[in-house]
Design a protein around this ligand. Structure first.
Ligand SMILES: Cc1cc2nc3c(=O)[nH]c(=O)nc-3n(C[C@H](O)[C@H](O)[C@H](O)COP(=O)(O)O)c2cc1C
Length: 193
């Protein structure tokens, strides 16, 4: 499929800003000709250079198996228009159903690893290479990864910054409060002046 014309590459030095404010993300994965998507509320930047992130991926998920096999994943940031989709893909396993087919999800291969990146309805994506940490991965569900490519819809993220306003509410990131209830950024405050 064609890239979304509104998407622009994000400098890796700014990649941390895409998830610094705690959006719920879609974790997409691919290996051996199969692909999958799940929701994750728990992700965060952990290092600037190289840009590294952590995301909690329960060991029982199919995503975990595909990330181990495929060596990476993408974090795609759904906008408010995808809130139902985001919740739905967080409640069933790709072991039982092809979630891309069920929801008519369009994705294209990311530029470095070929992980599925979803652009329509999303504000941004980060393509990430798994960092193998056998001890951590055995003891915890936390997965560390290096961001190898990132892009964002210029209508909401440009010049290395988020721009939330009334014109882009459909693309604004969603933040899980629990039980399928989400909040979107309701306003911005500028410190220092
Ligand atoms: C809003 C929401 C947030 C979630 N956050 C996480 C998370 O941070 N980590 C996680 O392991 N599972 C999380 N889940 C659960 C997974 O998305 C769920 O287990 C999913 O069905 C796994 O799919 P899979 O087996 O196809 O990989 C969340 C679910 C929802 C609905």
């Amino acid at each position: 499929m064609d890239p979304n014309p509104h998407f622009r590459p994000v400098a890796l030095a700014h990649a941390s800003r895409l998830i610094n404010h705690g959006p719920t993300v879609l974790v997409t994965s691919a290996a051996g000709g199969q692909r999958n998507v799940m929701a994750a509320a728990w992700s965060m930047p952990v290092e600037f250079d190289p840009p590294r992130i952590a995301v909690v991926i329960d060991k029982h998920t199919w995503t975990h198996a595909l990330v181990q096999a495929g060596g990476g994943f993408a974090l795609c940031l759904p906008g408010t228009a995808l809130v139902d989709l985001c919740f739905a893909v967080g409640q069933v396993s790709g072991r039982d159903v092809d979630k891309f087919a069920r929801h008519g999800l369009q994705a294209r291969p990311g530029p470095v690893l070929g992980m599925p990146v979803i652009e329509d309805g999303c504000a941004a994506w980060l393509e990430c290479r798994r960092i193998a940490e056998p001890h951590t991965e055995q003891a915890y569900d936390t997965c560390f990864a290096e961001v190898v490519a990132a892009a964002a819809d210029e209508r909401i993220f440009r010049d290395g910054r988020w721009h939330f306003d009334e014109a882009n509410t459909a693309l604004q990131t969603i933040h899980h409060l629990g039980g399928g209830r989400f909040v979107r950024p309701g306003g911005t405050l500028q410190a220092g002046g």
